[in-house]
Every structure is written in structure tokens, then in C-alpha cells.
Design a protein around this ligand. Structure first.
Ligand code: FES
Length: 95
């Protein structure tokens, strides 16, 4: 299945195979999203899901702990390094 990922900051949409890590997609299609550790330690990759939250793999415990510290008020925030894309999404770098 092919899915669309729209990067709001870069005003571009890429189409990729579903079930890829967002890190891999961003490596293949450079965007404004930056990565540091890639392992739920730094928080560099914080993104806001504008639409399609249901098309990402669920938040696991380790990510939840960091999200509760970095973005406790916003349920639309994810760590891009922990997301596997299963359907269309629109994303942007979190403030
Ligand atoms: S890149 Fe460090 S938490 Fe995602």
C-alpha cells in the first residue's frame, strides 16, 4: 500500500510504501524534521500530527514518558523517531 506524507514546514508531499519508520522516510526524503538520538532520549524529533494520528503506530511506554515531559498539554505530539507510518499523515515540526 502506498501512503502520503505531507510535510507542512517544507510544503511537500511524498508517497512511500506503508509500514516504514518515519526516520527511514525522512532519510530518503530530507525535511525540516531533525533527529538526534533516534532512540527516545533527546526529544529533538518532536512533531505535531496535523492529521492522521490514527495512521501511526501507537505510543509505547518509553515514548509516553518523554511526551509527558515535553508536551503534556498536546495529544497531537509524537516523537518522529518512534513512528511507523501505516496510512496518510500530515505533520509539522512541533513548536
Ligand atoms: S531523535 Fe531523539 S527522541 Fe527522537
Amino acid at each position: 500500500m502506498i501512503v502520503s506524507i505531507h510535510f507542512e514546514d517544507d510544503q511537500k508531499t511524498v508517497q512511500v510504501e506503508a509500514n516504514q519508520r518515519l526516520t527511514q522516510i525522512c532519510d530518503d526524503h530530507p525535511s525540516s524534521i531533525l533527529f538526534g538520538c533516534r532512540c527516545v532520549a533527546c526529544g529533538t524529533c518532536l512533531i505535531e500530527i496535523v492529521s492522521g494520528m490514527e495512521n501511526l503506530t501507537p505510543v509505547l511506554d518509553e515514548e509516553r514518558i518523554l511526551l509527558d515531559v515535553l508536551a503534556p498539554e498536546n495529544p497531537n505530539i509524537r516523537l518522529a523517531c518512534q513512528c511507523i507510518v501505516q496510512g496518510d499523515i500530515r505533520i509539522r515540526v512541533a513548536d
